[in-house]
Design a binder for this molecule. Sequence first.
Ligand SMILES: CC(C)(COP(=O)(O)OP(=O)(O)OC[C@H]1O[C@@H](n2cnc3c(N)ncnc32)[C@H](O)[C@@H]1OP(=O)(O)O)[C@@H](O)C(=O)NCCC(=O)NCCS
Length: 208
Amino acid sequence: MTPATDPTLERAIGALAVPGVLIGHRLIAPDDALALRPDEQDAFANSIDKVKRASGAARIVARSLMAQLGQPEQSIPKSASGAPVWPAGYVGSLAHDARVAVAALARRGEFLSLGIDVEPAEPLDADLLDLVATPSERTEIAGNLLQGRLLFTIKEAVYKAAHPLDGVFLEHHDVEVDLAAGTARVRTGRTVRFRHGAGSHLVVLAFI
Ligand SMILES: CC(C)(COP(=O)(O)OP(=O)(O)OC[C@H]1O[C@@H](n2cnc3c(N)ncnc32)[C@H](O)[C@@H]1OP(=O)(O)O)[C@@H](O)C(=O)NCCC(=O)NCCS
């Protein structure tokens, strides 16, 4: 039987360790689209099966986190922007690639917003580096394209945390990452904290 989790991703997630934030993951399985509830399915009416499977898998993980908080497992539909709509009392975030799905969840009140992203731990395409990294970030990573991929992952996580609060679309250069400090300064003036871990995948949690 195929295992449901990836031990190296589990370790990477363990490195994030932000008190009050639960994070889980799952290897996407063939039947995971069936986890989409009727009130979640509308948003995926025109999606291919692969997308439905990944989004179903992320919701399986998120609902298991709700259960860990002793709460009923509830639906997570999508807003017009694409952002997940969390039940009253929660904030969270979802991400997936072709193989894995991750979710983060916390109680509203402890956090205003969360953003999570997961990417294969592979070097960024060199052609994308200028698009993703600002001049000072390029200096900081000194040509290390795996760090370039990390910057990309951080910026997506930051976007997911900030966009539901600010409603402002961000380009990669609108987010300036300080890897050493674990903070990202957004064009809107907001500063977002983040943690990251690495295993089979790079995983980043941004939190506000
Ligand atoms: C939101 C976004 C970053 C997601 O990235 P992705 O590689 O397409 O997909 P991921 O697997 O990482 O994440 C998908 C999840 O993001 C979440 N998401 C989508 N739009 C979101 C938004 N506006 N705010 C917060 N979360 C959002 C959803 O939960 C989605 O999962 P679901 O479809 O199962 O509900 C991307 O779709 C996007 O809109 N990018 C434009 C902005 C950007 O990337 N700027 C550069 C970085 S600052």
